[in-house]
Write a protein that binds this ligand. Structure first.
Ligand code: ADP
Length: 345
């Protein structure tokens, strides 16, 4: 159900990934929004350059599609360094990362996406690499096994995660800088869509980009994806120019409402009302009710619903808010507790 979901923060295909890459800002000055993070990064980069030292290790965390990979590449560009990219699930054993580390040059960036999914042996293997720029690598096995102490060049590890909470304390403590990426404002997203529209040579009427931005749930990847959908729609159903009517019809066809909620968001909220009397309900239970992955709900659906005040997270589970009920025209009906006498039978 989630795979083709237009408002998912995750890239949907290789084709989309290359589309994303073409729109990715290359330098800090080209990035939009995240002012606080950009300012801190720019100071750290300037200071490291003045000292002619590699940057400290950096961790970017926040929901998918907010620009963690983009910033990792921007940092490498600003440091005029090479970047090597990998991801937590791709590094199953120490040997997988050894190849990357041994080829790395001074100042280069090693980017590990989904770093919370590193296996324990790999995680433990990279501790000395991050701290002392050396690794203990075991070759052969059994009687012939020997450990080689392998010195590494001073590099910068940039990790990205949607779940900083899942990172072990020893790994977290080895990052010199940790930046949380927030959802973008509609103004920022409008600028991002305007930049992409310019790069794609799109013509648009005033106010149309704001409409797309408002439905992008604070996420640049979603904004660019919606722009692409609207562009297709405008080319097939209109003259290619984005007009208010074209944008509205296209979003309606994608079943995205004015706040950027799609079928899955609405299904989560509806399940809370219909099945769990408004909650509290555990995320696992909601996922099972909808036949969805728990991770999808936690990574993509929940952060935005929490942000706009449609969901409350309590110790006992998730609850729907009055605001969400009003938006969807839902009414929570608490079932009466059973009569105590009836309970006897
Ligand atoms: P993440 O790694 O957090 O999932 P990405 O870095 O892949 O997110 O960003 C997704 C897309 O959003 C990129 O392709 C890029 O076009 C756009 N984007 C992200 N951050 C910005 C930004 N600050 N300014 C402009 N566009 C951005």
């Amino acid at each position: 159900m989630t795979i083709g979901r237009i408002i998912s923060g995750q890239p949907l295909s290789d084709q989309e990934e290359s589309f994303n890459q073409s729109l990715r800002p290359k330098l800090l000055s080209e990035c939009i929004g995240q002012h606080n993070v950009r300012e801190k990064l720019s100071i750290a980069i300037e200071a490291a350059k003045k000292r002619q030292e590699p940057l400290e290790h950096i961790l970017f965390y926040g929901p998918p599609g907010l620009g963690k990979t983009t910033l990792a590449n921007v940092v490498a560009n600003e440091m005029e360094a090479k970047v090597r990219c990998t991801s937590g699930p791709a590094l199953a054993k120490a040997g997988d990362i050894m190849g990357l580390l041994s080829n790395i040059n001074t100042g280069d960036v090693l980017f590990i996406d989904e770093i919370h999914r590193l296996s324990t042996p790999v995680e433990e293997f990279i501790y000395p690499a991050m701290e002392d720029f050396k690794v203990d690598y075991t070759v052969d096995s059994g009687l012939h096994a020997k450990t080689i102490n392998f010195p590494l060049k001073r590099f910068t590890l940039i990790g990205a995660t949607t779940r900083a909470g899942l990172l072990s304390a020893p790994l977290r403590s080895r990052f010199g800088m940790m930046y949380h990426l927030d959802f973008y404002t509609v103004d920022d997203l409008t600028q991002i869509v305007a930049r992409s529209a310019k790069m794609l040579n799109l013509q648009y009427e005033p106010g149309t980009l704001e409409l797309i931005a408002a439905c992008s749930r604070g996420t640049p990847r979603v904004a660019n994806r919606l722009l692409k959908r609207v562009r297709d729609y405008a080319q097939v159903k209109g003259s290619g120019v984005l007009s208010t009517k074209i944008v509205e019809s296209s979003l309606k066809m994608e079943r995205i409402d004015k706040l950027g909620l799609d079928e899955l968001d609405r299904a989560v909220l509806r399940a809370l009302v219909d099945v769990y009397e408004g909650g509290p309900a555990g995320i696992e239970a909601i996922a099972a009710t909808l036949g969805e992955e728990r991770d999808t709900l936690e990574d993509v659906v929940e952060p935005y619903l929490l942000q706009i005040g449609f969901l409350r997270r309590t110790k006992r589970g998730r609850e729907i808010t009055q605001q969400a009920c009003e938006h969807l025209g839902l009414k929570v009906q608490k079932k009466k507790p059973p009569d105590s006498e009836m309970e006897l039978f």
